[in-house]
Structure formats: structure tokens, C-alpha cells
Design a protein around this ligand. Structure first.
Ligand code: PLP
Length: 480
């Protein structure tokens, strides 16, 4: 299996334009600024889905992901990595399903170490990094920015790994207490959570600037773990397939309701459909940062200012993974993708043709859910069923409820975080203060290591230089 960039140009030489799984895993982003996608979509062989029935999550995961690895990792090695990646999940089914009404199921994706769905992919990413770096005798420095959930999930994925140092920048005073403590209470020597005196955009700009500094990037072998990394998408495909099979696929079509901001999670569902999963409809729930809902209503992607909501992990206006869908919609023409994105950059908007809009509308619905509806949904589901939703999951459930009547299939709504991660609105809505699960119950007693730095590139680079365990010289790096 090879990978190409969403901005790759026709006529580009094979050697320059095609990458294997290892390159894609470590690079994150293609050199031309595009995102990696499989050169061709693998498809399920006849009988494949039927054969998954009754298999464990791990065994299904191995079969579903193997085609994406090419010859980078063998089946036996991968089997070990997949089992290690799921060892820290608190539920044996990894992503259990819970029925909440006649048509709707919740898929709980929050049983990993940091209580949000990002663990599902990042726990595997940590294993894959370790494996490939050990094989190459190489080291990396992971640098990332977070508004909350990604940072802690990446830290848990990379902690105590010999070949990895990780530096996560978060906006000082702007994450929830649970989110901050999940980053600052990890005692591992290779973990550095840094509070930046600025907002999330400042953190992201600092990370971007470090990747843009070629000397710094090469001397520390910088690597990214953000949601554009293909391996994260690959790992997320698994739970769509596992849920659909559990509810009767391939004999029965299934719909999914996905709360999203970056289009990462729902793009994995699209990938599963391309592989042959019978998906009836993909219902996208956004909060008031509704650029995606507006796109699926009007065919125009138009950027607006970000507003804070009850579901902060979706307070995003530019959905980076949408580029991967756009690539497919534009007939896999990298130059056309580049032109649309240049237009978006210059004018803050772009549109797609009526033909393309008809194609996406046949599969996707986009629904915006405001804070009042989010809170009412948490209260309503609790009153009806006793189940306590987190605000992100509530956005997906509310979106599902809005269109359920027109969807002739079971709907699986993704529960993306544990309610104890966002206790204020949950307590407001239900009168119940959600408790942290047992493995995190002492989070508030664990000592924190607080590092605060100014919003200043030189200060952050100097901190990383003095704390990264090994800096490879640029010369050495080039010759490796
Ligand atoms: C990251 C996150 C999301 C949004 O995920 P996308 O990659 O934007 O699809 C939703 N809910 C929670 C709890 C998250 O942490």
C-alpha cells in the first residue's frame, strides 16, 4: 500500500510522489503541504464483514488495518502492537454499544486512558512510533498544540517511550481543570506540558513556526501527532466497521451520527464506506461553530469567527481533514484541491459544483446544534434513560434526533468523551456531578508540574533544546 498527497500533481515522478506507511506515519504532513491518502482504497473481500462477526475488537482491528500497512509491518508484529495499544482500555469491548431508543445506539469511545475518543487512535500511534523508531534506530521529538483533549491523549501515548520526547503547548488558563491535570500530572521524564501565555491559535502558530524552522525541525527530528496523521484515521475506521457488523452489516445498512470540528472522525467513516461498509447516512453534528453544517446546507464553505461553546474540542472553523474528502470529490486532482484551498485562504470561502453537492448530499447531513439544545439534550436523555452524555456526544445525539425520521436504518451516535471531563454543563443539565472513573479518581490529588512560557518562539525553542534528551545534528539526520 502506497500513499499520495492530496495536493500531488499529475506528472510528478513516482519516486517523489509516492510514500509507504512508515514515511506517512512519521511525516504526518506531505512536503507539498497536502495530506496523505491511500493511492487506492482497499476493499473488503466477499465474506470479510461476515467473518468479523463474533471476533474481539483487537482481532477485527488487525484484519481491518492490515491492508493499509503494505509491507511496512508484518501480521505477527502488528498483532502484538494492536494488543498493547488496547491494553489500557477500561472496557473489554473497547468501544461498547448502548441502545438508548428504538433506532439509536451510543458507541462509547471514551474508555481509554484520557477519557476521550482520541485515545483509540493515539494509543496505537504510540505503539507504531516505538516499533518503527526501534527498527530504524532513530528518535523523534513530538511537538503539538492542544485546546484540551489531543494533548493529554498524545502524552499518554508517548509517555515513557525511549525513542520519543513530547512537548505539548496549551493555552494557559483556557483548558478545563481535568484537561490540564491530565497533562501536568504525568511524571514521565520524556513528557513536557507547557502553558503558553496566549490562546490556542498562538500555540498552534508556535508549533507551525517550529516545523517551518528547517534547522530546528531536522536537528530534533520533529514529528506531529495531530488529527491529520493518516495513522489516526486508519485506527478510527475500525470502530465504524465493528459497530456496523455488531448491528447486522453487511445484511443491514447503518447510519452514524458524528460530532465533529476537524472532520477527522467522520472522515474515517467515509473511508470505511469507500472500503465497502454499507453506510446509509453520515450525520454530522457541529456546535455553533457550524462551518460544516452550513457547507452541507448550501454547498459553500465560508469561514467565520470561532465562538466558545460547551463542546470546546469542536470550537474550530477550519476543518483540516475536509481536504481529504475534497480530494475525492474533485476526482483526486491535486491541482484542483490546491486551487480551492488557495481561494479559501484568499477570500475565506469556496463552493463546489451542483453535481458534487448532489453527491455529498446523498451521503452526508450537516446539523448545527447550539448550546441551549446541547444542554437540553443532556437533560432529556438523562430523564428518559438515566444515561449521562458529555456535551460533545450530546451534539451528535441532537443531530441524530433532528433527522432520524428520514433515515431508514439504525443510527449509531458517537459518544466521544466521558461526562466527567466536562462536569460543569453536565451538572447544570442533570443535577448530577459526574464522577471520574476509578483509574482517574485521584487525579486532583496528583502533583502537577507547571511550566509557563511567554508566547515567544525563541523561549519555547530554547526550552525544547535544553529538555529534549537527544538532539541529532542536522548532518547526522540527513545521512540516516
Ligand atoms: C477531538 C474531539 C472531537 C472532534 O473530533 P474531530 O477530529 O474534529 O472529528 C469531538 N469530541 C471530543 C470529545 C473530542 O475530543
Amino acid at each position: 500500500m502506497n500513499y499520495i498527497s492530496t495536493r500531488g500533481h499529475v506528472g510528478q515522478s513516482q519516486k517523489a510522489g509516492v510514500h509507504n506507511f512508515e514515511d506517512v506515519l512519521l511525516a504526518g504532513l506531505a512536503n507539498d503541504g497536502g495530506l496523505f491518502v491511500p493511492e487506492t482504497w482497499p476493499t473488503f473481500a466477499p465474506g470479510f464483514l461476515e467473518g468479523l462477526a463474533g471476533k474481539s475488537y483487537e482481532d477485527a482491528a488487525i484484519e481491518i488495518m492490515l491492508p493499509f500497512l503494505g509491507d511496512a509491518i508484518g501480521r505477527d508484529e502488528f498483532t502484538v502492537l494492536v494488543h498493547q495499544a488496547h491494553a489500557r482500555f477500561a472496557h473489554k469491548a473497547v468501544t461498547p454499544l448502548i441502545q438508548i431508543d428504538q433506532q439509536t445506539w451510543l458507541m462509547e469511545l471514551f474508555h481509554g486512558p484520557t477519557l476521550a475518543f482520541k485515545d483509540v487512535a493515539l494509543q496505537l500511534l504510540g505503539q507504531l512510533f516505538d516499533h518503527i523508531l526501534a527498527k530504524r534506530g532513530a528518535r523523534i521529538t513530538v511537538v503539538g498544540a492542544t485546546s484540551g483533549d489531543t494533548g493529554s491523549a498524545a502524552i499518554e501515548a508517548c509517555r515513557d517511550r525511549d525513542a520519543v520526547d513530547i512537548f505539548i503547548l496549551y493555552p494557559a488558563g483556557r483548558t478545563s481543570d481535568v484537561q490540564r491535570k491530565q497533562m501536568t500530572t504525568v511524571p514521565s521524564a520524556n513528557v513536557h506540558a507547557i502553558a503558553i501565555e496566549g490562546n490556542f491559535d498562538d500555540c498552534q502558530a508556535l508549533v507551525k513556526a517550529m516545523f517551518g524552522d528547517a534547522d530546528f525541525r531536522d536537528s530534533h527530528s520533529l514529528a506531529a501527532v495531530n488529527s491529520i496523521n493518516w495513522a489516526r484515521i486508519m485506527a478510527q475506521i475500525v470502530y465504524y466497521v465493528v459497530a456496523a457488523v455488531a448491528l447486522g452489516a453487511p445484511g443491514r445498512k447503518i447510519a452514524f451520527a458524528v460530532p465533529t470540528g476537524n472532520f477527522g472522525n467522520v472522515y474515517a467513516a467515509y473511508a470505511a464506506k469507500r472500503m465497502g461498509l454499507p453506510i446509509e447516512r453520515l450525520i454530522i453534528g457541529t456546535n455553533s461553530n457550524d462551518i460544516l453544517a452550513r457547507f452541507f446546507a448550501t454547498s459553500e464553505m465560508r469561514k467565520e469567527a470561532v465562538v466558545p461553546t460547551y463542546s470546546p474540542s469542536m470550537d474550530i472553523q477550519v476543518s483540516s481533514n475536509f481536504e481529504r474528502l475534497l480530494f475525492e470529490l474533485l476526482g483526486r486532482d491535486g491541482a484542483a484541491v490546491e486551487a480551492k484551498l488557495a481561494e479559501f485562504q484568499a477570500t475565506g470561502a469556496f463552493s463546489v459544483s451542483p453535481e458534487i453537492f448532489a453527491e455529498v448530499s446523498a451521503l452526508f447531513s450537516g446539523i448545527a446544534v447550539d448550546d441551549a439544545t446541547t444542554k437540553a439534550t443532556i437533560a432529556g436523555i438523562h430523564a428518559d434513560t438515566g444515561y449521562v452524555l458529555d456535551p460533545h456526544s450530546a451534539v451528535g445525539v441532537a443531530a441524530a434526533a433532528r433527522v432520524a425520521g428520514g433515515v431508514p436504518a439504525p443510527i449509531v451516535a458517537l459518544a466521544c468523551a466521558h461526562p466527567a471531563k466536562f462536569p460543569e454543563v453536565v451538572t447544570d443539565a442533570t443535577g448530577i456531578h459526574p464522577a471520574l472513573p476509578p483509574h482517574m479518581a485521584d487525579l486532583f490529588e496528583r502533583p502537577e508540574r507547571i511550566v509557563i512560557l511567554p508566547n515567544d518562539l525563541a523561549a519555547v525553542q530554547s526550552f525544547i533544546r535544553s529538555h529534549a534528551r537527544i538532539a541529532v545534528s542536522p548532518r547526522q539526520h540527513r545521512h540516516r
